[in-house]
Design a protein around this ligand. Sequence first.
Ligand code: SF4
Length: 365
Amino acid sequence: MVSDDIRKKINSNIPLDKFEALQLWKTASFAELMQLADNVRNRFHPNKKVSWLIDRNVNLTNVCFSQCLFCNFCVKKQNENAYILSLEDYREKIRVLFELGGDQLLLQGGMNPALNLDYYINLFSSLKREFPQLKLHALGPPEVHWLSVRAKLPIREVLIRLVDAGLDSLPGAGAEILSDRVRKIVSPGKATSKQWLDVMREAHQLGLVTSATMMFGFIESITERIEHLLEIRKLQDEKPDGSPGFLAFIPWPYQRTDTNLFEKYPDMPRIYGIEYIKMIAFSRILLNNITNIGASWLTVGQDIGALALHAGANDLGSVMIEENVVSKAGANYQLSPDSMQKLIRDAGFEPFQRNQNYQAFTRQN
Ligand code: SF4
């Protein structure tokens, strides 16, 4: 049972420290966590509305030098299935996206050594020239860090050039767990925790819209999950007044099918719905300076996604026209715009289609 002190702090919007967070995880019952998180959610979103969006998740290449152990999407450049999308590929994907009523590409790597900063700048500006209404929610801190190393330019300069070329917002991709112990094992080629946070700090200084994520349920400890959440909260506290900072936090469970990580650690415990809901609730409670908590129906399914709305989540993300990474590792759920809205209504909430700034979506022609 949660202590009165911790309960009072949560209900009075006083941030919990690491020790209190650990106590909360250890002592709260499932029902208590859900109730406390629902209270926090109602403070942020008293109107029972749940947002969702239509966007298209596009991986511009499947070649990646990082070879993270949990990723079975990426290949080496010699692989016969290696690809880099052509402008013609983008045109077709964007055409379908617009037809379905969306306007955003969630555009991410691999980190392909053949592609440098100029490539991304040319790509973004070409897409924006041809489709001015298109929104680019693109790359992520590891890619931005890698581009800055390759171009020998400060992160700030790389971000400025990408924004000038058409980057609208920076997803919180590649965070996994912000612990260098964990990262050294699962993704040693990728940005460190500090580098991930440094990129986001610069993005916030520049006023760029960002989100934060966490992939959990592999080799990390509960303490490392808590440290991850507290780092995100601390960085959000640092953002300049008026900068949007992290508009949302989205945790999702590691998808293990056919990954090298699961082969290496076959005994790691599977994350079931209850633990996922606990993490959603826990994130909602700890991140008392981030407005939106997203549930990842794509990785946990519709029923658990709907339950998460009663445990602190207020966003169900995208209908997902295309997704390549987690679907290769076992997440194979699909949802149309109508079934997304029905799911939200059936859970007792009112759906509203949002844009990348978490405001009501309006189509620009
Ligand atoms: S998760 Fe991302 S960075 Fe890691 S190997 Fe896959 S594509 Fe590359």
